[in-house]
Design a protein around this ligand. Structure first.
Ligand SMILES: Nc1ncnc2c1ncn2[C@@H]1O[C@H](COP(=O)(O)OP(=O)(O)OP(=O)(O)O)[C@@H](O)[C@H]1O
Ligand SMILES: [Mg+2]
Length: 271
């Protein structure tokens, strides 16, 4: 049974193997309600794989994922989503031929608030329900500076705006924990600076807890309250941004280039 006094998420000895590769190796971390926590590490460290386990895409080989104390590892993705975990994808997964607002609305269908019969006969209840959903969708889009893009096809949005539309789509599920996988990837410095503010606004306005994977250290160091660092599947450091920045193990993991170099490699250009 969930216990409200437990951390929102706690992972214990989380491990997954792919053949001979241990992609995530006995990782432990906790996220308290309301926190904004960073998950960083070099390419291939196991960050996205952690998201895949947290959201039910992969079943861990061993270990536990506790949501308010309730074990959720191995549950199907739609079950995990219904429990309040929503994510964005490193490789954008919008419906490209749908509008931005439609992408948001499609994620909301589970709480549409009207029944099967009214939806068949297009009764007033349905129309009211739809108007309410559209209003909620537009509120989400406004928060992400995307209101004027509501009717654009997702495929026609510039890359940075598609990333924000991904966040809007995830928020439409009404999550408690929002998992962002490299939201600043491909953004220019001005867009990234604005994204910092947007993530902060989203968190306040929608009351979500945030776990953020990001290579752009300007963003991570600015907005994360705590940071976990993975390298070769293992947790090598955890702490406050200032502690992480000067941690020798972390600097070493980033190939001696220092954390400030990390942002120069966008995922599309990394091997
Ligand atoms: N389904 C899979 N089958 C086999 N290996 C996998 C699978 N998924 C991930 N891996 C491997 O697990 C390791 C961790 O990958 P992951 O995508 O989690 O890294 P990451 O930290 O997100 O890296 P990046 O910063 O490049 O996105 C990599 O070596 C990757 O090739
Ligand atoms: Mg990744």
């Amino acid at each position: 049974m969930p216990s409200p006094n437990s951390p929102l998420i706690e992972v214990k000895d989380l491990t997954i193997r792919f053949g001979g590769l241990v992609a995530v190796d006995k990782v432990n971390f906790k996220i308290e309600k309301g926190e904004l926590v960073g998950l960083i590490g070099p390419n291939g460290a196991g960050k996205t794989t952690c998201f895949n386990m947290l959201t039910g895409v992969y079943t861990p080989t061993s270990g536990q994922i506790l949501l308010e104390g309730e074990a959720i590892q191995g549950l199907a993705p739609h079950v995990v989503a219904a429990k309040g975990l929503a994510r964005t994808f490193q490789n954008i997964r919008l419906f490209k031929e749908m509008t931005v607002l439609e992408n948001v609305l499609i994620s909301m269908h589970h709480d549409r608030g009207y029944g099967f019969l009214s939806s068949i006969f297009s009764l007033p209840t349905k129309r009211r329900g739809e108007a309410k959903l559209r209003a909620k969708g537009m509120e989400i889009l406004s928060t992400l500076d995307l209101a004027d893009r509501a009717d654009s096809l997702a495929k026609n949005l510039p890359y940075g705006e598609q990333r924000k539309a991904e966040i809007a789509r995830a928020l439409a599920c009404d999550p408690r924990l929002l998992l962002l996988d490299e939201p600043a990837a491909g953004m220019n410095p001005v867009e990234t600076a604005r994204l910092c503010q947007l993530i902060t606004d989203v968190r306040k306005k929608f009351g979500v807890t945030v776990l953020l994977i990001e290579h752009d250290m300007s963003l991570v160091m600015k907005i994360c309250e705590r940071i976990y660092v993975l390298d070769y599947g293992q947790l090598i450091a955890q702490g406050l941004p200032a502690e992480i920045r000067s941690n020798p193990k972390v600097i070493e993991a980033y190939l001696g280039g220092g954390l400030d170099q990390a942002h120069v490699t966008a995922p599309e250009t990394r091997s």
